[in-house]
Ligand binder design. Structure first.
Ligand SMILES: [Zn+2]
Length: 262
Protein backbone atom coordinates (compact mmCIF):
# COMPACT_ATOMS: atom_id res chain seq x y z
CA UNK A 1 0.00 0.00 0.00
CA UNK A 2 2.76 2.37 0.93
CA UNK A 3 4.51 1.64 -2.32
CA UNK A 4 1.38 2.44 -4.31
CA UNK A 5 0.93 5.70 -2.43
CA UNK A 6 4.53 6.58 -3.09
CA UNK A 7 4.05 5.90 -6.77
CA UNK A 8 0.93 8.05 -6.87
CA UNK A 9 2.79 10.84 -5.11
CA UNK A 10 5.64 10.58 -7.59
CA UNK A 11 3.20 10.63 -10.49
CA UNK A 12 1.51 13.72 -9.11
CA UNK A 13 4.78 15.55 -8.65
CA UNK A 14 5.90 14.58 -12.13
CA UNK A 15 8.84 12.47 -10.96
CA UNK A 16 7.79 9.39 -12.84
CA UNK A 17 8.38 9.58 -16.56
CA UNK A 18 5.25 8.49 -18.31
CA UNK A 19 5.37 6.93 -21.78
CA UNK A 20 3.69 10.04 -23.18
CA UNK A 21 6.78 12.00 -22.20
CA UNK A 22 8.57 10.55 -25.17
CA UNK A 23 9.79 7.11 -24.12
CA UNK A 24 8.50 5.65 -27.34
CA UNK A 25 10.57 8.19 -29.21
CA UNK A 26 13.85 7.22 -27.58
CA UNK A 27 14.92 5.25 -30.64
CA UNK A 28 15.75 8.58 -32.25
CA UNK A 29 16.48 11.92 -30.64
CA UNK A 30 14.92 13.67 -33.63
CA UNK A 31 12.07 15.98 -32.64
CA UNK A 32 10.07 16.17 -35.85
CA UNK A 33 10.35 16.17 -39.63
CA UNK A 34 8.80 18.95 -41.68
CA UNK A 35 8.30 18.03 -45.32
CA UNK A 36 7.79 20.88 -47.76
CA UNK A 37 6.47 19.95 -51.20
CA UNK A 38 7.77 22.73 -53.44
CA UNK A 39 5.39 25.01 -55.37
CA UNK A 40 1.64 24.22 -55.68
CA UNK A 41 -1.63 25.81 -56.75
CA UNK A 42 -1.09 28.73 -59.14
CA UNK A 43 2.68 28.08 -59.03
CA UNK A 44 3.41 24.90 -61.02
CA UNK A 45 7.20 25.21 -60.68
CA UNK A 46 9.04 23.81 -63.68
CA UNK A 47 6.88 22.27 -66.43
CA UNK A 48 8.59 20.10 -69.04
CA UNK A 49 7.74 19.48 -72.70
CA UNK A 50 5.90 16.27 -71.76
CA UNK A 51 3.60 18.25 -69.47
CA UNK A 52 5.05 16.96 -66.18
CA UNK A 53 4.68 19.65 -63.53
CA UNK A 54 7.16 20.08 -60.68
CA UNK A 55 4.36 20.78 -58.15
CA UNK A 56 2.81 17.34 -58.78
CA UNK A 57 6.10 15.45 -58.47
CA UNK A 58 7.06 17.25 -55.26
CA UNK A 59 3.68 16.53 -53.64
CA UNK A 60 3.78 12.85 -54.62
CA UNK A 61 7.31 12.40 -53.26
CA UNK A 62 6.49 14.40 -50.11
CA UNK A 63 3.52 12.12 -49.36
CA UNK A 64 5.61 8.98 -49.90
CA UNK A 65 8.34 10.40 -47.67
CA UNK A 66 5.77 11.11 -44.94
CA UNK A 67 4.36 7.58 -45.20
CA UNK A 68 7.84 6.07 -45.07
CA UNK A 69 8.92 7.97 -41.93
CA UNK A 70 5.60 7.22 -40.21
CA UNK A 71 5.86 3.54 -41.07
CA UNK A 72 9.49 3.17 -39.98
CA UNK A 73 9.57 5.38 -36.89
CA UNK A 74 7.60 7.34 -34.29
CA UNK A 75 8.99 10.67 -35.41
CA UNK A 76 6.20 13.27 -35.78
CA UNK A 77 5.85 14.35 -39.43
CA UNK A 78 4.37 17.57 -40.75
CA UNK A 79 3.64 18.64 -44.28
CA UNK A 80 3.56 22.31 -45.24
CA UNK A 81 1.00 21.28 -47.88
CA UNK A 82 -0.88 18.05 -48.57
CA UNK A 83 -2.93 19.30 -51.53
CA UNK A 84 -2.49 21.29 -54.72
CA UNK A 85 -2.51 24.65 -52.94
CA UNK A 86 -0.37 27.75 -53.19
CA UNK A 87 1.69 28.79 -50.18
CA UNK A 88 4.13 31.68 -49.99
CA UNK A 89 7.65 30.82 -48.88
CA UNK A 90 6.96 32.84 -45.75
CA UNK A 91 3.92 30.70 -44.95
CA UNK A 92 6.00 27.56 -45.45
CA UNK A 93 8.71 28.56 -42.96
CA UNK A 94 6.07 29.89 -40.54
CA UNK A 95 4.21 26.56 -40.65
CA UNK A 96 7.46 24.66 -40.15
CA UNK A 97 8.54 26.74 -37.16
CA UNK A 98 5.07 26.57 -35.53
CA UNK A 99 4.71 22.80 -35.98
CA UNK A 100 8.13 22.04 -34.62
CA UNK A 101 7.74 24.31 -31.63
CA UNK A 102 4.73 22.26 -30.56
CA UNK A 103 5.98 18.78 -31.30
CA UNK A 104 9.64 18.55 -30.69
CA UNK A 105 10.32 20.13 -27.33
CA UNK A 106 14.06 20.66 -27.13
CA UNK A 107 15.03 17.97 -29.59
CA UNK A 108 16.31 19.17 -32.94
CA UNK A 109 14.03 18.74 -35.94
CA UNK A 110 14.73 18.77 -39.64
CA UNK A 111 13.14 20.49 -42.61
CA UNK A 112 13.20 19.00 -46.11
CA UNK A 113 12.00 21.04 -49.08
CA UNK A 114 11.44 18.88 -52.17
CA UNK A 115 11.97 20.27 -55.70
CA UNK A 116 12.80 19.28 -59.27
CA UNK A 117 15.45 20.85 -61.41
CA UNK A 118 15.32 22.23 -64.97
CA UNK A 119 18.09 23.26 -67.33
CA UNK A 120 18.60 24.47 -70.90
CA UNK A 121 21.07 21.60 -71.36
CA UNK A 122 18.79 18.56 -71.80
CA UNK A 123 21.64 16.23 -70.84
CA UNK A 124 21.92 17.72 -67.34
CA UNK A 125 20.95 15.01 -64.83
CA UNK A 126 21.28 14.06 -61.19
CA UNK A 127 20.21 15.07 -57.71
CA UNK A 128 21.67 17.82 -55.55
CA UNK A 129 21.05 18.82 -51.94
CA UNK A 130 21.25 22.47 -50.92
CA UNK A 131 21.99 24.07 -47.58
CA UNK A 132 21.62 27.75 -46.90
CA UNK A 133 24.60 29.87 -47.81
CA UNK A 134 24.66 33.65 -48.15
CA UNK A 135 26.67 33.33 -51.33
CA UNK A 136 25.77 30.69 -53.88
CA UNK A 137 28.29 27.92 -54.60
CA UNK A 138 28.31 28.88 -58.27
CA UNK A 139 26.40 30.89 -60.85
CA UNK A 140 23.96 28.07 -61.52
CA UNK A 141 23.12 27.80 -57.80
CA UNK A 142 22.50 31.55 -57.75
CA UNK A 143 20.10 31.31 -60.70
CA UNK A 144 18.35 28.34 -59.12
CA UNK A 145 17.87 30.20 -55.83
CA UNK A 146 16.41 33.16 -57.73
CA UNK A 147 13.90 30.84 -59.39
CA UNK A 148 12.94 29.01 -56.18
CA UNK A 149 12.68 32.28 -54.21
CA UNK A 150 10.22 33.78 -56.68
CA UNK A 151 8.09 36.53 -55.15
CA UNK A 152 9.82 36.66 -51.78
CA UNK A 153 12.46 39.10 -50.54
CA UNK A 154 14.82 38.68 -47.65
CA UNK A 155 14.10 41.55 -45.30
CA UNK A 156 12.97 41.40 -41.66
CA UNK A 157 14.49 39.12 -39.04
CA UNK A 158 17.56 38.69 -41.18
CA UNK A 159 20.11 39.06 -38.40
CA UNK A 160 18.39 36.69 -35.99
CA UNK A 161 17.90 34.07 -38.65
CA UNK A 162 21.54 34.44 -39.70
CA UNK A 163 22.77 33.86 -36.13
CA UNK A 164 20.55 30.82 -35.84
CA UNK A 165 21.86 29.43 -39.13
CA UNK A 166 25.48 29.80 -38.04
CA UNK A 167 24.77 27.98 -34.77
CA UNK A 168 23.39 24.90 -36.53
CA UNK A 169 25.53 25.05 -39.67
CA UNK A 170 27.53 21.92 -38.81
CA UNK A 171 24.43 19.89 -38.01
CA UNK A 172 22.80 21.09 -41.22
CA UNK A 173 25.78 20.02 -43.29
CA UNK A 174 25.74 16.56 -41.70
CA UNK A 175 22.07 16.23 -42.60
CA UNK A 176 22.62 17.42 -46.18
CA UNK A 177 25.49 14.97 -46.71
CA UNK A 178 23.34 12.14 -45.36
CA UNK A 179 20.46 13.01 -47.72
CA UNK A 180 22.72 13.32 -50.75
CA UNK A 181 24.55 10.05 -49.94
CA UNK A 182 21.29 8.13 -49.56
CA UNK A 183 19.92 9.53 -52.82
CA UNK A 184 23.04 8.41 -54.67
CA UNK A 185 23.41 5.02 -52.95
CA UNK A 186 19.73 4.20 -52.45
CA UNK A 187 17.96 5.76 -55.43
CA UNK A 188 20.96 5.44 -57.79
CA UNK A 189 20.84 9.00 -59.06
CA UNK A 190 23.80 10.88 -60.49
CA UNK A 191 25.66 12.73 -57.74
CA UNK A 192 25.67 16.50 -58.17
CA UNK A 193 26.83 16.98 -54.60
CA UNK A 194 25.85 19.12 -51.60
CA UNK A 195 25.78 22.80 -52.52
CA UNK A 196 25.07 26.14 -50.93
CA UNK A 197 22.70 28.85 -52.04
CA UNK A 198 20.61 31.74 -50.68
CA UNK A 199 17.28 29.87 -50.52
CA UNK A 200 14.53 31.64 -48.62
CA UNK A 201 12.86 28.52 -47.15
CA UNK A 202 16.19 27.28 -45.82
CA UNK A 203 17.09 30.57 -44.24
CA UNK A 204 14.00 31.25 -42.18
CA UNK A 205 13.27 27.74 -40.95
CA UNK A 206 14.67 27.45 -37.43
CA UNK A 207 16.14 23.95 -37.76
CA UNK A 208 18.63 22.03 -39.92
CA UNK A 209 17.09 22.50 -43.35
CA UNK A 210 17.85 21.19 -46.81
CA UNK A 211 16.38 21.76 -50.24
CA UNK A 212 16.56 18.67 -52.44
CA UNK A 213 16.53 18.94 -56.21
CA UNK A 214 15.45 15.38 -57.03
CA UNK A 215 16.44 15.47 -60.67
CA UNK A 216 15.94 17.28 -63.97
CA UNK A 217 12.51 17.49 -65.56
CA UNK A 218 14.28 18.62 -68.72
CA UNK A 219 16.17 15.30 -69.04
CA UNK A 220 14.19 12.66 -70.94
CA UNK A 221 15.23 9.66 -68.82
CA UNK A 222 15.18 11.45 -65.52
CA UNK A 223 11.76 13.01 -66.03
CA UNK A 224 10.38 9.53 -66.77
CA UNK A 225 11.60 8.43 -63.34
CA UNK A 226 10.28 11.59 -61.65
CA UNK A 227 6.84 11.06 -63.19
CA UNK A 228 6.39 7.40 -62.19
CA UNK A 229 5.31 5.97 -58.84
CA UNK A 230 8.28 3.56 -58.72
CA UNK A 231 10.77 6.34 -59.39
CA UNK A 232 9.13 8.67 -56.88
CA UNK A 233 9.08 5.94 -54.24
CA UNK A 234 12.80 5.22 -54.63
CA UNK A 235 13.60 8.92 -54.10
CA UNK A 236 11.22 9.24 -51.13
CA UNK A 237 12.64 6.14 -49.44
CA UNK A 238 16.20 7.38 -49.89
CA UNK A 239 15.38 10.70 -48.21
CA UNK A 240 13.43 8.85 -45.52
CA UNK A 241 16.39 6.57 -44.82
CA UNK A 242 18.57 9.68 -44.51
CA UNK A 243 16.18 11.22 -41.99
CA UNK A 244 16.27 8.09 -39.82
CA UNK A 245 20.05 7.70 -40.09
CA UNK A 246 20.53 11.35 -39.22
CA UNK A 247 18.30 10.95 -36.17
CA UNK A 248 20.07 7.88 -34.85
CA UNK A 249 23.72 8.48 -35.86
CA UNK A 250 24.58 12.03 -36.91
CA UNK A 251 22.70 13.80 -34.14
CA UNK A 252 24.43 11.69 -31.51
CA UNK A 253 27.87 12.30 -33.03
CA UNK A 254 27.15 16.02 -33.16
CA UNK A 255 26.05 16.05 -29.49
CA UNK A 256 29.28 14.35 -28.45
CA UNK A 257 31.38 16.75 -30.54
CA UNK A 258 29.60 19.71 -29.00
CA UNK A 259 29.73 18.27 -25.50
CA UNK A 260 25.95 18.55 -25.15
CA UNK A 261 23.74 16.43 -22.95
CA UNK A 262 20.32 17.95 -23.71
ZN1 LIG B 1 11.26 24.21 -57.36
Amino acid sequence: MRLIRLLIALLLTGFVVRPSDGMELDATPLGAVVIDAGHGGKDPGAVNRWGVREKDVTLAVARMLRDYVQRESDIPVFMTRDADVYLTLDERTQLANDHVGQAAGRRPSVFVSVHCNAAANVRAAGAETYVYNTTATDRRAARLATRENLGQDFSLDFIFADMRKRAIADLTTRFAVRVQDELVAGAHVEDRDVRGGPFYVLFFSAMPSVLVELGFLTNRDEQARLATVAGQRALAQAIGAAVLAFGTHDLEAWREAEGRDD
